[in-house]
Design a protein around this ligand. Structure first.
Ligand code: ZN
Ligand code: ZN
Ligand code: FE
Length: 758
């Protein structure tokens, strides 16, 4: 029986193009003595395999389980077809009209095989900074169109030398159809210039290392954009970088060659090490080690470092001379990362002392991704390089749609059948350059994915730039409430379609009633939602100014608890005597003081009250520093009130505020206050969820919104909910912040279309 020859057709979908899948099939076919062919087509890869049953079984087993590192299989279909009697195994030309819709792979870190060649003096690519193969190298960032083929990448201008061409044509080679294949003879070359654009003599790598060692700032071209690099151990150099990137207080990312180097300055458990060494190579937030030797200006007021491992051959060559380099996005504050060679000198001439560049163009700007481990699981805070444009599976197929996200941390989402494609991080849409990048990204992704959207989903906020962009599209539109989209984003990535309790805490989102929401308890799914609870509203004296100045929110919080009878606190002395009565009047009379139920604003208020931060230079800064200040260890929470008003559960922070004031007056440290505050919120959420379960019978809770980037809150709350018998959904594949919002919008729009045309 086992000797009987049979033939199977196998259709495979997923990330199977441009990742060495066909040579892999070719090699295992040879190994198992299988005849037939493999070819790319519009959905992925089709294989026909013929051989004795036993060998066929071995081949099929390898085909599923030994796939190349960058490949991932989402659908694997097997049919028995008549035996043809052919001999040999062939890689066929792509089917006509093919590859449209098949997935372009994300950019990938250099693979171990290429890395070994990079440092092998006998290899013809010894120390060549652009070494790559079908298992590694640039992808998304160099693709200019589909099909994914060299002429439609930024490698098009480079003609392969005979040696590279031979590898490219050899199905047994690791570089068979490796589109960015190159070598020192035929490929891209490094060039080092000074800030005014004049070429610097000598070996670009050696000179760059010397400049960095001397404490200079060098802009270095990476996969998705330029970094600004300085020696992370050089206090003066890091301080100078911070000075030149004026106004920017965000932590700088660090890069090291290997995890062993990282462990000298940061702590990492097994889950963190897996995330750090994964081939997506995100920036991972890791606890600082005492006596770490990294310049203090790298991450002021932070217990963590953002750390990534080298992911291009160039990084590995540079990091031979340094245990760690600062590698921060090359931009001025709030501007998008610089990625075009033509703009680098003009935009960075006041920041960088030199520019290390090369002649392989970056087609698509792609920032580094950021992730952290919370409650033992990886959470993406920014999903970008290494992840995009990998698809996210939806619970069911839906029409092609475009969703635009909100305003900050913008990403867009396209859907195609049962997959959603979230774009790279685009940025904050208040900036004109980011707006241009937004439109370009939509066009480019539609083109390479072959998606023609039937509808555009956008945020309910009438004044967002993305809303006006939607209005200008020749497509039907659907406005989606912000926190509803957060909830459904979390449900979608878990494949959940049933009604769920949503705890959605963030900075600001436009509510269904036109008010400013942000501390919300919802019940719903893609078909709709009810608001069932929220934080008692706080006044924001001065509107947006109160977002930039948490000290105003602290005053508002005090007024909410005490009225005009304010307790004596250092906070009041930090507000100018001339301003205090003005703010109080605004709060009391509601003059230019819109009300918000935002949880983010409550964090701001508590951060200022505890003396941690009165003014911020970037969104979420006060909340982040409040979390970082917390002294670890279990503490008692503060008293708090949850009461029912008109069928809605209201969390009133007044009792909590009085508890914090009592602690402040007793001289309790800010770190303890911070921990007690986090604990109180966790208790409150657990109680509200229990009340909602009593009323609805729902036992599933989804946690979403930017506040759930907070590790202390998440790790306190999740076990409380689990112990109370809830099943808890946290974000894993997309960020809990507005960077994941477009996914929820797209799924809500899909449900909307289904109801219109069932
Ligand atoms: Zn490789
Ligand atoms: Zn070559
Ligand atoms: Fe939000």
């Amino acid at each position: 029986m086992d000797g009987t020859t049979q033939r199977r057709r196998i259709t495979i979908e997923g990330i199977v193009q441009g990742v060495g899948f066909r040579p892999f099939v070719f090699q295992i076919a040879r190994k198992w003595g299988i005849s037939g062919w493999v070819r790319n087509d519009s959905r992925g890869v089709t294989v026909e395999a013929e051989g004795p049953l036993q060998k066929l079984a071995g081949f099929l087993w390898s085909l599923r389980s030994d796939i190349p590192p960058l490949a991932s299989i989402s659908r694997f279909e097997l049919t028995e077809i008549p035996v043809s009697g052919e001999s040999g195994f062939a890689i066929l030309a792509s089917a006509a009209g093919s590859e449209q819709g098949a997935q372009v792979a994300p950019d990938s870190t250099v693979c171990p095989d290429c890395l070994a060649e990079l440092f092998d003096p006998a290899d013809r690519r010894y120390r060549y900074p652009f070494i790559n193969c079908t298992n590694c190298g640039p992808r998304y960032s160099i693709v200019t169109g589909v099909p994914y083929d060299r002429p439609l990448t930024t490698m098009a201008p480079f003609a392969m030398c005979p040696a590279c061409r031979a590898e490219y044509d050899d199905p047994a080679s690791r570089r068979f159809h490796a589109q960015p294949n190159a070598c020192p003879q035929c490929g891209p070359k490094l060039q080092l210039r000074d800030a005014s654009g004049r070429p610097l003599a000598g070996d670009p790598l050696a000179t760059t290392a010397e400049l960095l060692q001397a404490g200079r700032i060098v802009a270095i071209k990476g996969l998705g954009g330029y970094h600004l690099a300085v020696d992370a151990g050089n206090d003066g150099a890091v301080a100078e970088l911070r000075r030149r990137k004026a106004r920017d207080e965000k932590p700088f990312a660090l890069m090291s060659a290997h995890s062993s180097a990282v462990l000298a300055y940061a702590e990492a458990d097994d889950a963190e090490l897996r995330l750090l060494t994964g081939f997506e190579r995100p920036i991972v937030l890791l606890r600082q080690k005492p006596g770490h030797g990294i310049a203090p200006q790298v991450a002021p007021r932070n217990r963590y470092f953002g750390v990534m491992l080298a992911y291009t051959p160039l990084h590995h060559l540079l990091l031979e001379s340094f245990p760690a380099l600062v590698m921060t996005s090359a931009n001025r504050s709030d501007e998008p990362i610089v990625y075009r060679d033509g703009e680098v000198a003009a935009r960075l001439d006041t920041i960088a002392d030199a520019i290390l560049s090369h002649d392989r163009e970056i087609e698509t700007r792609c920032d580094d991704s950021i992730a952290r481990i919370m409650a033992g699981q990886a959470v993406l805070l920014r999903r970008s390089r290494g992840y995009v444009p990998r698809g996210i599976f939806l619970p069911r197929p839906q029409p092609a749609l475009l969703a635009l996200g909100a305003e900050l941390k913008s990403t867009i989402c396209l859907t195609q059948e049962d997959r959603a494609f979230l774009s790279q991080h685009i940025g904050d849409l208040q900036h004109e350059e980011v707006q241009d990048s937004f439109a370009t990204t939509i066009d480019h992704l539609q083109q390479i994915l072959g998606v023609t959207p039937q509808l555009v989903a956008h945020d309910l906020h009438p004044d967002y730039w993305s809303t006006r962009f939607a209005e200008a599209q020749p497509l039907p539109r659907l406005a989606v409430q912000h926190h509803h989209a957060h909830l459904v984003s979390c449900l979608a990535e878990h494949g959940v379609e049933e009604e769920t309790i949503g705890v959605v805490f963030d900075g600001i989102g436009y509510g269904s009633d036109g008010r400013i929401w942000g501390g919300e308890f919802l019940v719903g799914n893609a078909d709709g939602f009810r608001r069932v609870g929220h934080f008692r509203e706080l006044a924001m004296p001065g509107g947006d100014a109160a977002t930039r100045e948490p000290v105003r929110m602290a005053l508002s919080l005090l007024f909410q608890a005490y009225g005009r009878d304010l307790p004596g606190l250092p906070l009041l002395e930090r507000i100018a005597a001339s301003r205090l009565p003005l703010y109080l009047q605004m709060i009391e009379q509601g003059l230019n003081a819109p009300l918000t139920s935002s949880c983010g604003r409550l964090f701001d208020a508590v951060a200022a009250l505890a003396g941690i931060r009165d003014r911020v230079s970037y969104e979420g800064q006060a909340a982040l520093e409040l979390e970082m200040a917390a002294v670890p260890g279990p503490v008692e929470g503060y008293p708090y009130d949850v009461r029912e008003e008109e069928g809605m559960l209201i969390f009133d922070p007044a009792a909590l505020t009085r508890g914090i004031v009592a602690d402040l007056q007793a001289g309790v440290a800010a770190g303890v206050i911070s921990n007690r505050f986090h604990t109180t919120l966790a208790w409150m959420v657990a109680e509200v969820c229990a009340l909602l379960r009593n009323a609805s019978g729902l036992e599933r809770v989804a946690l979403s919104g930017g506040v759930f980037q907070n590790r202390l809150l998440t790790e306190t709350l999740v076990p409380l909910l689990r112990r109370a018998g809830f099943s808890v959904l946290c974000h894993r594949l997309v960020p809990p912040n507005d960077g994941g919002l477009a996914l929820g919008q797209a799924v809500i729009a899909g449900a909307h279309l289904r109801r219109l045309a069932p």
